[in-house]
Design a binder for this molecule. Structure first.
Ligand SMILES: C[S@@+](CC[C@H](N)C(=O)[O-])C[C@H]1O[C@@H](n2cnc3c(N)ncnc32)[C@H](O)[C@@H]1O
Length: 254
């Protein structure tokens, strides 16, 4: 998300940067688009949801829940079963096994809203009892995000930091507004920061906390928060996300 890796690589003391995502090709394409070639950059592609692919189980769940005779009770059982298996697979996984060593700085770029939930929600939109199932999925995502966060924390050195960025709200832009921005940009000017913070606070007062905010609240159970940052992330001429970031570490006197 618009991190200037070129600048990061040049920083004194940076020995290596490891980029992770399930989508190996997307990382490679981005690196080639950004014309970034450095021995210091490594790519490690793996699934944050565990070694056992969840795709087959997810397809089975979607088929089951779309059967006409599914009662609330059956739906709860099937969803419980799916998430139990998934969590077990996540608990068995250590991200450290893939990336080798711990880091002085880990950066999480929007993932809480991207992992699994949107896929499932989309696949189940036409299911009978969708509203009930949606509530159930959101409850279950709490455990998935908690497990993800615990695994990330294990990848940080004792004196290391985590910069955790999360998209909280998506705003629709009028063409006129959006046409000012042709590329995805993270706007960190002070005016954008204050505006974003106010919009997020007002939104959460009215609608409550979504998965994006939950991820940040949850990580504070494991690390100490030092500073909060707010950004406007204009993704395309028509779409803008309001992003919150936290800088965290293991102890308060770092
Ligand atoms: C909003 S994008 C952020 C991409 C990238 N970090 C960046 O900043 O440009 C969310 C990313 O999450 C990745 N993702 C979704 N589910 C994942 C999973 N289970 N394991 C690993 N990566 C996943 C997607 O492939 C996608 O690239």
């Amino acid at each position: 998300m618009d991190i200037d890796y070129g600048k990061l690589i040049e920083q004194e003391g940076i020995q290596s940067i490891v980029l992770t995502d399930i989508d190996n090709e997307a990382i490679k394409e981005s690196l080639s688009y950004l014309k970034l070639q450095s021995q210091k950059i490594q790519v490690s592609s793996f699934d944050y949801l565990g070694k056992k692919s969840y795709i087959d189980d997810m397809q089975k769940l979607v088929i089951e829940l779309n059967r006409n005779e599914v009662t609330k009770e059956i739906a709860v059982n099937k969803v419980e079963e799916f998430f139990d298996t998934l969590l077990k697979s996540m608990e068995d996984e250590s991200y450290l096994d893939y990336i080798g060593n711990k880091f002085d700085l880990c950066i999480i770029l929007p993932i809480y809203t991207q992992m699994l939930y949107l896929q499932l929600d989309d696949a189940l939109k036409k299911t009978k009892g969708y509203r009930f199932i949606k509530g159930l999925l959101l409850q279950k995502m709490i455990h998935i995000i908690d497990c993800f966060n615990r695994n990330v924390v294990k990848c940080i050195n004792r004196d290391g930091y985590l910069f955790d960025l999360s998209d909280i709200i998506e705003e629709a832009l009028s063409n006129q507004d959006g046409s000012l921005h042709n590329n995805a940009t993270l706007d960190s000017r002070e005016s954008a920061t204050i505006d974003t913070m106010k919009k997020i606070e007002a939104y959460e007062k009215t609608y409550g906390v979504g998965l994006g905010s939950f991820g940040l609240i949850n990580i504070c159970e494991y690390l100490i928060e030092h500073e909060a940052y707010y950004y406007e992330w204009t993704f395309s001429p028509k779409r803008r996300f309001l992003v919150k970031g936290l800088l965290l570490s293991r102890s308060s006197n770092q």
